[in-house]
Every structure is written in C-alpha cells, then in structure tokens.
Design a protein. Structure first.
Length: 270
C-alpha cells in the first residue's frame, strides 16, 4: 500500500489524541524518554504519504512532517531519531535500503510493511475499474501472496532487524480498514467489494501479526483507532481515490496519522 499534516500547534493535538485514547485521567505522567535511538522503517503509511508537508530531505520518499513517527519523536525526545520509511517500500526495500539506520544503540523500531508485497496497489486499481468479478479475483491473488511469499519475506526482514538492533523494542503496526460500509459514498465501489477489501486488510494484518509474534515483536492493530473514520464515513481519516494525486489515494490524512496511528504507538511503546 503506497501512501494528510502535522499541525503547527502539535502539543494541543497530541494531548487531545492521548486523552481521547486513554480516557479521562486526573494526572498525566510526562512522556518517557527512550534511553537510545528511535528508527522508523517501512512504507508509505509510515512515511506519511497523504499527510502533506513533505520534508525536503528524502523528498522522493514523500516523508511528511505530519507522519506518526515524527509526531512520536517530537513528544518523546529520543536520543536520536532516524526517519527511514519511504513511499512504496516493500520488504526487500526495507531490508536493503533502510536497515543501515539500526544499531546496537537503537531502543525502538517501528515498521509498516507488507501491503506493497501483497500487490495491494494493483488490487485496488482493479477493484476501481475492473468490476466485481475482477475485483474478487485480484483480492484472491493477493491473499495467496500473503499466505505464501509474504510470510517468508517478513521472516527474513524481521530476522535482520533483530540482528542489527538486538536490544530494541520492535513495534510492527498494521493497516486500517479502507472503507466504512453503508456509508455516505454514492459512487465508486459497492459495499460488497468494499467489504472484500476490508477483509483482505484483516487477513494481511493477521499474517503480519503472526510473523511479528514469532520474532518477539509487538503488533499494533490500528483498525479500532480508525473505526468510523474510513473512506465513506462522515469524517474520513483516509484519502479516497484522487486521479490528480493518485499516490495519495488510500492513505491516511494528517488526522489519520495524529489521531489514528500515533495514539496506538504511544500506548504500546510506553
């Protein structure tokens, strides 16, 4: 899955997100500062495609100042922060191009990867233009890939991450459902295809979670955080199809990063 803003008033937004996730509290402890460095690996969902305000450094990767890794680093002030995630990255791209940021001093690693390996971009395109039958066929092929080659690729990547960062806590984040069923979209896919795509996301998350657990990593499910904010909902945190900015389609907006992904990471990394 290939890849909408970090607000300038980030402190109030981060506090609102934390309170909304954790519920009412009488006192809040200050964020824990990791002893070592934080490295953000992965694909467009980690780089922040769709969130806007892309950084000049690594512009081809569409790294956003509004992406959840940047927001987490701003709130927790790790000793060092390396933002390696890149638009379009698959497991092999992370393995060969991003792991150089890891070291024995790395204390936290976050990662989203697996959507590109599963052919989700092509699957979404086929569902958008090919009709229901072709959509279901494309999803079926993607599921076969998830259960086949993707598991081996994840194992190879996760093994390499642990080798390069032996003391790090590794948090593997999943993907949100794309569509809100029985929502407000009058055009586009029908609910049958939308449900099929959501089910495929669940399957992908299950494969990723299983391999993460096998390597002693933490899997963070974001589907609950995005519930009610999918495409076709009244307040979506994901971008719908935009032919003028096709890369941005099906990616989290700035609220999706700050109110969807960030609170989940904050909870599991604390």
């Amino acid at each position: 899955m290939r890849q909408t803003r970090i607000a300038a008033g980030g402190c109030s937004l981060l506090l609102a997100a934390a309170c909304a996730f954790a519920g009412p509290a009488t006192a809040q402890a200050p964020p824990r500062t990791p002893a070592g460095g934080y490295v953000a690996l992965g694909d467009s969902y980690s780089s922040g495609v769709g969130a806007g305000d892309y950084l000049a450094s690594g512009k081809e990767c569409k790294r956003s100042s509004r992406a959840f890794p940047v927001l987490w680093a701003e709130a927790h002030a790790p000793a060092t922060f390396s933002f390696a995630a890149c638009n379009g990255a698959g497991t092999e791209d992370v393995l060969t191009e991003q792991l150089g940021h890891l070291s024995a001093r790395t204390s936290l690693v976050t990662l989203t990867v697996g959507g590109s390996d599963s052919g989700f971009a092509g699957t979404l395109a086929m569902c958008a233009i090919g009709g229901a039958d072709r959509c279901h066929t494309a999803v079926s092929r993607a599921l076969d890939t998830m259960d086949g080659s993707l598991t081996d690729r994840l194992d190879r990547l996760y093994t390499a991450i642990r080798h390069r960062a032996p003391a790090a806590r590794v948090v593997v984040l999943g993907y949100p459902h794309l569509y809100h069923l029985r929502g407000g979209c009058a055009l586009g896919l029908q609910d049958g295809e939308r449900a099929t795509l959501n089910d495929a996301v669940d399957h992908l998350n299950g494969v990723i979670a299983g391999r993460a657990a096998a390597h002693g990593f933490t899997f963070a499910d974001v589907t609950g955080a995005f519930a009610g904010h999918e495409i076709c909902s009244s307040r979506p945190w994901l971008r719908s199809v935009d032919i003028l900015a096709i890369t941005e389609s099906y990616h989290p907006t700035a609220p999706g990063q700050s109110l969807g992904y960030l609170p989940v990471l904050t909870r599991v990394s604390g």
